[in-house]
Structures are given as structure tokens and as C-alpha cells.
Write a protein that binds this ligand. Structure first.
Ligand code: ADP
Ligand code: XUL
Length: 517
């Protein structure tokens, strides 16, 4: 019997899926929500703010405690000795800073001590900047200037210099922490950090996640010397190697074997970013399928037959873990913006959903750009949503219309900002926490005028990890794994053609609001 295990270290939780490769079934899924299970880290949504609202961090020790909790729960849910392969993913761009004790500590983890206690002395920076951090505008400008312009950075790395990307984040750390930066021996992404913990050795970064750093050359898949030099001194020594997504990086460490009952010789395949992993988990790693993930961030992505870049500079090209590249557009105001509107009126998700059924498409001509925090697609540095409509609506006195206008505004903005990918999807595959809400998905179908399908497994990031582990270390074919595990749920949401014109008209209003930013 062979099981494969996939792990997802995302913004709000650490989760896992175990799949049975003989019976082709999901054995179990499990998630540790950081805010609920580890409240003492004061990160109700998995992150906390720094001195200003554009500095956003997570505590890497919280991720480690969550790994211990996750494996403890998994042990009760299935026979972990049957697991033969592991891979997974982490939220993209976030970075972990480790001192010279790291290499020795990671090779000698003691199963009688929690992970967090052992790794804590290895941190050269107590907190990790994550993808929601937009504090590095100056550093982006400096890197662009050193390279001779953002066009060159985009050509080399697949994206212009972007605030949340790891390179600009490292530069800011170097400039503001003159002692801690030289004390940093290794800088990991969230994905390569978790992978290293599992394999008990320092692990490489894959090309999928490496492309989200503004440091990797997309053509050579190696660190780009000019980008590295423009970012921070001696940076090359502090970064792990880059490898292709099919690389086996090692075996599961004794820490997990002794503590949680795994067998010896469990292979670990290099981890990737959450979005590239989701591309695999939604069976979209060959060109032709469009995926929208409605998680903490909303993302729109697809494997690309050829590389196209966003002329506005907001979009990205990442490595596709199955080879080639993928395009991605990320929206910061995703689930947390939806929650903000829900909580503003004290609604439950059921009441939120009812509000969508009780209001007409187009929200009676009221429009919203629900940017409750800084936005990245497009760039917006404020914390105030933009509202345009009648005075009750503009003064938040129409709760139900506000809810509808929030969802409609999110998806119209998404449609406008993904046109550069030149994809006119006939079918959209949805994943992520909000994708289970059919009322939300109907609006998505109507705005894109495309059929929307959901996968049976909602955790496509973890599933992508389990599939990649089985494919690359146990020689299962991707096609067979997709056929067995990436099955489509029975509910297909069809677009309502009658709403096409309503949304085309509303999009003109949204366009005019975007011009005022
Ligand atoms: P991430 O992987 O980025 O941590 P998830 O994909 O797990 O996030 O999504 C979590 C989000 O799902 C929550 O923040 C919540 O807003 C959203 N969510 C959960 N249930 C619903 C629902 N019924 N309707 C809409 N959104 C929901
Ligand atoms: C992608 C991005 C987010 C994070 C967190 O560029 O910033 O989607 O990966 O999910």
C-alpha cells in the first residue's frame, strides 16, 4: 500500500491531504488554522502588522508549531507508516532568515522537543515578511534603477520589481538591519523552509516559487547575478540552490519517523509555491485551463503555451512545476475584503449568501472597488474602498447591495486586470476557501461569461503536493493521478447570458473608477 502526502503552508493555515495510490481515494484531509489553534501568536488571520499597515509579517515559529500539531492530528486520522512520498507548497514570496546554527540544527532535530523550540535559536530575524507586505516601494525603485529599468527586470525575472517579492524584501532587511543581515547564513522561502524541516537538511527552491523573488533568471533558471548584486551584498551565498520541480531532495527526517510513526525511506520532492502547486492540483498544468483561486488572496492563473508579460507590470510569469511557465495575477483584497464587508454588517456567511440572492445583478447601478487594504492589481496604497452609486450605498446604508457590489467589483477588476493574458476562458476551474459559495461563483460565471467548475477536493494546493510527490518519486503518471484525484464536482455553474450586458455596462463604471486611483 502506498500513500502520498501533500502539505500546504498557506496564509491562514497549515493543511495536508493523504491520498491512497492503490485504491485511488483520498484517505484524509486535515487543517490547522493559525488564528484558532495558535492564538498566542496574535495572528488571527495568520499574520500581524509592523509599525505601519504596509508591513505584514508572520512568525515562523507559528508555522513550526502548526507542523507539529498537523502531524499529531494526521497520526490519529491514518496510518502514516504507509506514506511513501511527500511534497507540498508554501504561500509565495514570504522569507525566513536563519543564522549559522541552522545547518547543524536542521540535521539533528530531537524528537523529544518541539520544532519551534529547536529552530528558534537559528532565526536571525524573528519574523518573516509575507506576500501581503507592500513596504518596499523604495527598494523596488533602487533595484530597477540599478538594472537600467523595470523592463529589464521583467525580461529577466518574469515580473517588474514588486513590493511583496522576496528580492525587494531582502534589500529592505539588509538596509534596515545592518547587524542581522550579515548574521544571516540562509534565506529560505516558506516552501523551502518547510521542505527543509521535513527532510532534516537544507533544501533547494523550485523554479515555480523561485520566480516570485525578482532574483531568478527565467531563461537559465539560476540566480541572476545582476539582480542579486542590485539586491544585497553576498546574497548568493545566503540563497539555496534552484532546482526543477521534479527533483527528489531527500528523505523524511528521523524527527518525523520517531515522533509520528512514518516508515524509513519516505522520499521528499522539492516544495513549490502555493499557486504553482494549485496548478497541478487542479489538473491545469498543461495549457488550456484557467484557474481562479479564492483564498486569502484571489489569484487567476494558467499554464502558458508561450510567455506573455503584462504591459502594466502587475502580472507575473512563474515556473510551472510540470515544465514551461504559468501566468498569474494576484489580488490582495480577496477573502479578507469579503469578510470585511460581511463583518461590517455583522452577517454570517449564510446571511451574506442570502444577500447575493436577494439583490439584482449590477446592484442597481452601485459599484465598488473593495480595496480595504493596499491593492497590488492595480497598485493602490490606500485603505479605503471606492464606492460609486446612490447616497445610501455610498454611506454604507445598504448592506445587501454593498455585499453584491463587493463581489461584483472584485470580479470585474479581475477581468480587466487579466486581459493581458489573452485568455478568453470557456471554463474556469475554481478553488480556495470562497469557491464553495455558489452564489459568489454564479457572479464569477456571469461576469466572465464562462462555465465554472469546482473540483471535488477543495484543497488543490495540498493535492498538487501529493500528486507531485507520487509522480516524481514513485513514478505514477500525471495523467492517471489527475484522472483519479482531480475529479470535477457534480455542480457546474453556467453563466446567465442575460447578465452579460449588465456587467459590460457596470465594467465601464469600474474602469472609470480605476482611472481615479
Ligand atoms: P488560504 O489558503 O489563503 O489560507 P483558504 O483558501 O483556506 O485560504 O480560504 C480561507 C477563506 O475562505 C477565509 O478567509 C474565508 O473568508 C473564506 N470562506 C470560508 N467560508 C466561506 C463561505 N461560505 N463563503 C465565502 N468565503 C468563505
Ligand atoms: C501570489 C501571491 C499570493 C500568495 C499567497 O503572487 O502573492 O497568492 O502566494 O497565497
Amino acid at each position: 500500500m502506498a500513500y502520498s502526502l501533500g502539505i500546504d503552508g498557506s496564509t491562514q493555515s497549515m493543511s495536508a491531504i493523504v491520498i491512497d495510490l492503490d485504491d485511488n481515494r483520498v484517505v484524509c484531509e486535515c487543517a490547522i488554522n493559525f488564528g484558532e489553534r495558535l492564538p498566542h501568536y496574535n495572528s488571527p488571520n495568520g499574520f500581524f502588522y509592523g509599525e505601519s499597515s504596509n508591513e505584514v509579517y508572520s512568525d515562523p515559529l507559528m508555522w513550526l508549531d502548526a507542523i507539529d500539531l498537523l502531524f499529531d492530528e494526521l497520526k490519529g486520522l491514518c496510518d502514516l507508516s504507509k506514506v511513501k512520498a511527500i511534497s507540498g507548497a508554501g504561500q509565495q514570496h514570504g522569507s525566513v532568515y536563519l543564522n549559522s546554527k541552522w545547518h547543524n540544527t536542521i540535521n539533528n532535530l530531537d524528537p523529544n522537543q518541539p520544532l519551534s523550540k529547536q529552530i528558534q535559536p537559528c532565526l536571525s530575524r524573528s519574523h518573516s515578511p509575507i506576500w501581503m507586505d507592500t513596504s518596499t516601494t523604495l527598494e523596488c525603485q533602487e533595484i530597477a534603477q540599478a538594472l537600467g529599468g523595470n523592463n529589464i527586470i521583467c525580461q529577466k525575472s518574469g515580473s517588474v520589481a514588486i513590493e511583496r517579492f522576496t528580492g525587494p524584501q531582502i534589500r529592505r532587511f539588509y538596509k534596515t538591519s545592518l547587524e542581522a543581515y550579515p548574521n544571516t547564513a540562509r534565506i529560505h522561502l516558506v516552501s523551502s523552509f518547510i521542505c527543509s524541516i521535513l527532510s532534516g537538511q537544507d533544501c533547494p527552491i523550485d523554479t515555480g516559487d523561485g520566480a516570485g523573488m525578482n532574483l531568478m533568471n527565467l531563461e537559465t533558471n539560476t540566480w541572476d547575478t545582476e539582480l542579486i548584486h542590485a539586491t544585497a551584498p553576498n546574497l548568493e551565498d545566503k540563497l539555496p540552490n534552484i532546482v526543477q520541480g521534479d527533483t527528489i531532495v531527500g528523505k523524511l527526517s528521523d524527527y518525523f519517523i520517531e515522533k509520528y510513526g512514518f516508515a524509513k525511506e519516505v522520499s521528499i520532492v522539492v516544495f513549490s509555491g502555493d499557486n504553482p502547486s494549485s496548478l497541478v492540483g487542479t489538473a491545469a498544468s498543461s495549457p488550456g485551463k484557467t484557474v481562479i483561486s479564492l483564498g486569502t488572496s484571489d489569484t487567476f492563473f494558467a499554464a502558458m503555451p508561450s510567455t506573455v508579460s503584462d504591459p502594466n507590470g502587475y502580472g507575473h510569469v512563474f515556473g510551472n512545476p510540470s515544465g514551461g511557465s504559468m501566468s498569474l495575477q494576484c489580488f490582495l483584497n480577496g477573502s479578507l475584503a469579503r469578510e470585511y464587508v460581511k463583518d461590517k454588517f455583522g452577517y454570517t456567511w449564510d446571511q451574506f449568501t442570502d444577500a447575493l440572492s436577494e439583490t439584482p445583478p449590477g446592484a442597481n447601478g452601485n459599484c465598488m472597488l473593495p480595496f480595504f487594504s493596499h491593492e497590488i492589481s492595480p497598485l493602490y496604497q490606500g485603505n479605503d474602498p471606492l464606492l460609486k452609486g446612490n447616497s445610501n450605498f455610498e454611506n454604507w446604508r445598504s448592506p445587501k447591495l454593498s455585499i453584491r457590489a463587493c463581489i461584483e467589483g472584485q470580479f470585474m477588476n479581475m477581468k480587466i486586470h487579466t486581459e493581458w493574458m489573452q485568455m478568453i476562458p470557456e471554463i474556469i476551474y475554481v478553488t480556495g476557501g470562497a469557491s464553495k459559495n455558489t452564489a459568489i461563483i454564479q457572479i464569477l460565471a456571469d461576469i466572465f461569461q464562462a462555465e465554472v467548475q469546482r473540483l471535488e477536493v477543495s484543497g488543490s494546493v495540498a493535492l498538487g503536493g501529493a500528486i507531485r510527490a507520487a509522480q516524481h518519486s514513485l513514478d505514477f503518471s500525471l495523467e492517471a493521478l489527475e484522472e483519479h484525484f482531480c475529479t470535477i464536482g457534480s455542480e457546474v455553474i453556467k453563466p446567465n447570458k442575460a447578465n452579460k450586458e449588465i456587467y459590460e455596462k457596470a465594467s465601464e463604471t469600474i474602469q472609470s473608477m480605476l482611472l481615479t486611483l
